[in-house]
Each structure stands twice: as C-alpha cells, then as structure tokens.
Design a protein. Sequence first.
Lengths: 354, 79
Amino acid sequence: LFSFGSNAQCQLSHSSAEDVDVPTRVEVRLPSPVSVDDVSVSSNGNHTLLLISGEVYATGDNTFGQCLASASARRVSMFRKIDPCFTATSFRASVVAAGWDFSVVIASSSTQDEIYVAGHGPRGQLGIGETTTAATPQLIRNFPPRGRRVRQACAGMGHTLVLLDDGNVYGWGQSRKGQLGPTNTSCAACWAPTRVFFPDGFVPVKVVCGREFSAGIDGAGRIVVLHSGTDRHGVLDVPSQETVAEWTDFQCGWTTLHVLLSSGRMVSWGNNSHCQHVPKTAPPLLRISCGSEHTVALARDGKIYAWGWGEHGNCGPREDDQVNVGHASPVFDGVGAKADEIVYLGAGCATSWI
Amino acid sequence: MSIYDQVEIEDMLFDTDLQIYTYPCPCGDKFQISLLDLLDGSDVAVCPSCSLMIQVIFEPEDLESAATESVLQPVAVSA
C-alpha cells in the first residue's frame, strides 16, 4: 500500500508526520486482500480508514476517537487494527467511511447490517441523537429498518448517506445545503438517520457525498444532485443521461463530480478553479478515486495519473509554485507493479492511495 | 491567492476558548478567523497549512450571538 500527500497527523500512515510527494510504501505489514472487492480506503480530514478482508485499520488524528483507538492516543501514527466492537463475532466489517473527524464502520452478518460511528459530530454527524462526541464506537440503533440491508454507504465532509436494498436513501449530519434532500434543508443538522428524498421514480444504485450536495446515479445513467443554495460551482449542471449511459463509476470531490465511462472517457462538472475537471489530455481510464479537490486515476496504459489541487504533493512533486495540476500527471512507476496488480485507488483531503 | 470558496457563518464552528470560527479546508487543516477580525470588518479566513482562503458570509447580527451561542455541550459517550 502506497500513499502520498498531506501527512501532518500521520493520516498517510507514515510516522514522520511530514507531507510526501511521491507514492511511498506504508510502514505497516498488511494482509493481502483476496480480491479487488476485498479492500477499500476511506480518507478524510486527518485520518484514514482501511478495510481489508473484513478487518478495519485506522491511522491519523484520534483526538475525538475517529480512529477507533484507545481514547488515550491522540494520534495513531500508522495503520492499527481497530479494537473489536461489533455485537457478535458473526459480524465482519463491510464498509468504512471517513468523514471530517468522524468515522462510520458498517458490520455485516449473513442476515443484517449494523452501523457504528465514532468521533466528532457537532452537526449531527454521528447520527446517534443529539450527541456531539463518541470517543468509543457507538451503534446506531433502529437503523437500518428491520429486514433491510445496506447496499452502499459513504461519508462526506459533514454528512453520511446509506443506500438500502429497497432503493431508499437515508442520511444524517449537515443538511442546510440540501445534503440530506429538500425536506431537511431547514434543519441546522440531522441528528439521526433521516430519509433522503430523491425525485419520484428515481432509484439510485450509487450515492455520493459532496461538501454542500449529495448525488445519486441510476442504472441508466440518470443523475440527480441534491443541493439547495446558490450553486456557486455548477454542481447542478449534470450531463445528459445519453452522455453517461455507459457509465462504470460515479464519484465526487468536495465541489466537483465525475462520471467514468466504459469507453475510458470521463465527464466532469462543478468546480474547476483548481483544475479538478478531467484534463483534455487524459488517456483512457480504467479506475478513478476522488479526493477533496483532486483525482487519482489508473489508465488503460497501466500508469497512474493525478490531477487537480496538488499543493501537498498529492498529485506528485510540485512544479515551480504551481499548486494546481492541469494535466494528467503520471505519479507512479509502479515500483515494478503491473496494471493488473493495482487493486485499489483512494483519495482523501489532499491524500492519495495506491 | 484567490478565494477558494464562500462559506456561510452558520456552517462554521465557533471555538469559545479561542474565540475563532473554523471551517474544514480540503488539505485537512481548518480555515480560521477570529471573532475580533470579523467585528473589525475582515471576512477572509485563512488556512495555516496551505494557500487556500475562504470568504465568510455573515450579517453583523450573527456575531452578536457568538459570545452566548448555545452550542450543544459535548457529551462524551463511552461503552
């Protein structure tokens, strides 16, 4: 596992606590994932969660317990397996989602899912009622609804979304800008899971969290962005369904959204103040991962590229004083790895993962 | 450097000890501006770790409540 970018709190799992501008192997020995689907990295704020084969590791700032580590450790300097906290041994972690300084871990058995939260939630980000901190993991009670399974979940800077197997979406946290749908914009915060309404007839198969918006995409490529406000960045300018019908991935950063197509082309919209949009020169892409204001991508040529806001070295070494990378900058010579050995890409707040 | 974004003061957190408003920065640190600076007419919050800055959107009335803001008291929950 390689990481680069912001590291002041060891969120890269590099104990130096210094930023790194080239992909650098993490110091921890980690088990090999069984398959591509077996691993995920969620990096946000100043901490990172890693899920491998049902086991969760965390590194970075633990001031509020967001690394699910002992409360006495204000920082975890490299990936450390979290202490067991699920209600039964039949549960294994299935989803990790890092918010600004909170964490969500979903545990699954053969019949049900449980959602645990830890960290700081001054605007309902913990989802466990009007409680603003959880120094140890807390179970969200009475959710998911009985009989429902979690299909997908994600966290953004200030809110979390959960897509259930019946196509309904729930969320909690910040809601003033429509992050939790139009029925929750008058709340300063939503302190417990609340239904996030998409337009009638729209059934998302994937949802994503922006900073002041949420979005969903359905199987046919129709996209709905939930945002209430002035739309300074144009997040509501979604591409037509025809343009993205053949989509393979849908992701967003804090202010930009992207769709990856089966052709290898990518469509971006929203904020482009720091070259967040896919560069016109980008080669056909296989896989992408979006951080707060940058993107890391694996191309069909086997190379990894990064672009966007790269002030902390998260898009590779800085060129002069440029903090933005407006071209597809190759960042990883693979250290001998071939394209089919690259199983995962991740990106957080100016952090990048391979 | 140009302004990265505009943020409404309602979305910021007020640190009563330090008397500053903060908001997450995409780099992992936090934009910050002191209550005094806002009262003086400044509205640009800077990040200590990078070049980004935000403009704070507020009305003078928003600042009056800062000293008496009824922020929910943190409740530590442990198993």
